[in-house]
Design a protein around this ligand. Structure first.
Ligand SMILES: [Zn+2]
Ligand SMILES: [Zn+2]
Length: 234
């Protein structure tokens, strides 16, 4: 049995030797992947719930004339992002591959259909009698995420967890990017080890937050980022 992380994660070696494959901690994932997946699943419904506020905020930016341009102006990208992210229709095109039904993940993913695909996949894996159901009006993102977190041990043990993680990451990044669009200039670089994210002030909470790892900064740490940024920009 393969005991290394399904995502081929490796540990860097201090003396410059060959990187060592990370061992599985639970299911098919290493410790870092377990943490990341749980974090993404917890962040996604919050970021998704805040999308209507992004929409409203982009609308008001246009109203006060700060981005007044010619008639031929392109639509505000953030607004298109939000429209795609909140689209409930299944992602198209669907194509059959053996007995699997895969879909193409677009640049801006439709959040609910992608999450639903994997939660329904897990329900069917755990109950072979179940016939897969199509996404209907009763399905909510919150309930689907709660299901995935509740069945986390089974999720991380699924043969397809690597692919699910890749797609959940695309969603998380897209949501983070949309929220990043509206939070003004960066406060500075993220101070967390191995994170190359930028810290922006979250318009809704008021706290600085990393756009990559989502670390929220408070008090002295905020000052530290500002000083790091000033040192870097002179
Ligand atoms: Zn891993
Ligand atoms: Zn970070």
């Amino acid at each position: 049995m393969d005991r290394t992380c399904v995502n081929d994660c490796v540990r860097r070696v201090v003396d410059g030797g060959e990187p060592v494959p990370k061992e599985v901690v639970r299911g098919r994932l290493c410790g870092s992947c377990l943490r990341r997946l749980a974090d993404w699943l917890e962040d996604i419904p919050v970021d998704y719930a805040l999308l209507p506020m992004v929409q409203m905020s982009l609308g008001s930016q246009r109203m006060d004339g700060t981005s007044r341009t010619k008639q031929t102006e392109a639509p505000v990208p953030g607004r298109l992002d939000v429209a795609s992210l909140t689209d409930r229709r299944p992602s198209a095109p669907l194509r059959e591959s053996g007995d699997e039904l895969w879909y193409e993940l677009e640049d801006i993913p439709r959040v609910l259909p992608v999450i639903y695909w994997w939660s329904e996949r897990l329900r069917c894996d755990l109950d072979p009698q179940r016939t897969p159901k199509r996404l209907d009006d009763k399905v909510t993102l919150y309930a689907e995420i709660r299901y995935l977190l509740g069945a986390f041990d089974r999720l991380v043990d699924a043969v397809w967890v690597g692919q699910a993680m890749a797609e959940i990451k695309v969603i998380w990044v897209a949501l983070t990017r949309v929220h990043g669009l509206i939070s003004g200039p960066p406060v500075g670089p993220c101070l967390k080890a191995e994170c190359d994210g930028k810290v922006f002030r979250n318009r809704f909470t008021g706290f600085p937050e990393c756009n990559a790892c989502h670390k929220v900064y408070q008090g002295l740490d905020t000052l530290k980022i500002q000083l790091t940024e000033e040192a870097a920009t002179g």
